[in-house]
Design a protein around this ligand. Structure first.
Ligand code: LLP
Length: 448
């Protein structure tokens, strides 16, 4: 949690909207002082749809998906990580772009199936998938289930063989690589709840067990080393570890993985100064290093899967809020109250995340104020931006918080019985409501 004192040394950076670099979605532009994304005026959209509002730039999502597909090549697979952003419209967009989908648990799988997604293109994750979730995945015909523990191997085998099904699986492996990111977002170290370790011999034991269990076809291995990664050398380290593991599995268990799934994790720009690695660069690293490491060991080349989430949707999204009140506390801080908060963006409170914001109806002006964007919830830590630069705000202004496309909507909550925002897709000057705002009736839909 950030300090609640104004940083007296902080100075507004004075940059205006179009100087915010990689934080901006590609179609962002300023016309007559107003921010446009996907050819749509954000301030007008806010007034039509109400706020808080999630907006997604479809052209940017497509561009990122295509960049991954191109960087990985035709023989490999791009599976979007649904946990970063998911609804039926997104699922349909993924299908149209020829992408696979990584789901975490039964709920995400249900959304994919309801939108008509091909179950063969679904990869099912989770570190403790329930009996029900596994049954749903197996009966739906999920392409791959990633087994995370010995108990799951046994469960998958039992459920699949009882139905005369042979379920293709991957083993989730902890490569022992510590990615350079927030500790809550590292997952590949040995001290992790996810997957089977290598040095303790669990990975080999799991492979041996999977190979002899009925109803299971072991296809390969999966890793996910973390999220919001800037130093992509972590991926090179991971590839080396996996090449050694593959060699050992093939020698000791007679099993050679056909699939290597490297998970997601590529970082994005949240702040104007951030310079994340390009998708093309990560693609180059993977498509050069992995074949090289495999060839050196005389191993047959596997199909590679990647599972990006944030780097597909992060900067494609923004959140629109209306300024409702301003409390400029002398020598303390300037609170600008917006009509959302930790219910639509928990990342600031949870990870001390930093975002850039602009006033959509003053988008050509310099950001000459330092403000704290305070949410409307009964919690002092309910701030989505702390001491951040913004154009001088007035009540009624529309704040656009940038790069909120990943892990904002999917991590939203109903605290204070707040209704969750609508989601609008924008493309070529057209705004399409793809998920309506929740209603009070929705809030009570489960009450008996
Ligand atoms: N594959 C697996 C198995 C994962 O666990 C994740 C993310 C991804 C792919 C996608 O990673 P990405 O490309 O989006 O980094 N709530 C946190 C992020 C948690 C990520 C969890 N796993 C946040 O808001 O930053």
């Amino acid at each position: 949690m950030g300090s609640i004192r104004r940083d007296k040394n902080a100075k507004p950076d004075m940059r205006t909207t179009m100087q915010l670099g990689a934080v901006l979605s590609k179609t962002a532009e300023v016309r007559n002082g107003h921010l446009y994304v996907g050819g749509v005026n954000m301030a007008e959209l806010a007034r039509e749809q109400g706020t808080a509002l999630y907006v997604m730039d479809v052209a940017q999502i497509k561009q990122q998906l295509r960049a991954y597909k191109e960087a990985l090549g035709e023989d490999n697979i791009v599976a979007f990580a649904g946990k970063s952003f998911l609804n039926k419209a997104m699922v349909r967009l993924l299908a149209a772009e020829g992408c696979y989908l990584d789901v975490s648990g039964g709920g995400e799988l249900a959304i994919a199936l309801a939108a008509g997604f091909d179950p063969k293109h679904v990869i099912v994750h989770g570190n403790n998938k329930t009996e029900t979730e596994l049954t749903e995945a197996i009966e739906a015909g999920a392409g791959l289930i990633v087994a995370d523990c010995f108990e799951e191997l046994e469960r998958i085998s039992r459920i699949a063989s009882a139905r005369g099904i042979t379920q293709s699986i991957l083993l989730r492996i902890k490569p022992g690589v510590v990615a350079d990111t927030h500790t809550f977002m590292t997952t590949g170290s040995e001290d992790s709840k996810f997957g089977f370790g290598i040095t303790d011999g669990w990975a080999e034991r799991a492979a041996a067990q999977a190979l002899q269990l009925p109803g299971i076809a072991l296809k390969g291995i999966h890793v996910h080393i973390g999220s919001q990664i800037f130093a992509i050398s972590s991926y090179a380290d991971t590839i080396e570890v996996l090449a050694n593991l593959t060699e050992n599995l093939s020698k000791n268990c007679g099993f050679t993985p056909e699939i290597i799934d490297l998970g997601g994790g590529l970082g994005i720009a949240y702040q104007a100064a951030d310079e994340p690695t390009a998708i093309q660069e990560l693609g180059q690293l993977i498509t050069k290093q992995l074949p090289k490491a495999w060839e050196q060991r005389g191993l047959p080349l596997p199909t590679i899967i990647v599972e990006p989430g944030r780097s597909i949707v992060g900067t494609a999204g923004l959140t629109l809020y209306t300024v409702g009140a301003i409390k400029d506390l002398k020598d303390i801080r300037c609170f600008v109250a917006i009509d959302g908060g930790m219910t639509d963006n928990i990342r600031t409170a949870l990870y001390d995340a930093r975002y850039e914001s602009v006033i959509a109806n003053k988008a050509d002006r310099p950001r000459d104020a330092i403000v704290t964007l305070a949410g409307k919830h009964c919690e002092s830590g309910d701030m989505v931006a702390i001491d951040a630069s913004l154009q001088t705000p007035e009540v009624g202004d529309i704040v656009a918080m940038l790069a909120t496309g990943a892990y904002n909507a999917t991590m939203s909550s109903n605290y204070n019985a707040q209704v969750r925002p609508a989601v609008v897709f924008v493309e070529d000057g057209t705004a399409t409501l793809v998920q309506r705002r929740e209603t009070y009736t929705d809030l009570m839909a489960r009450d008996i």
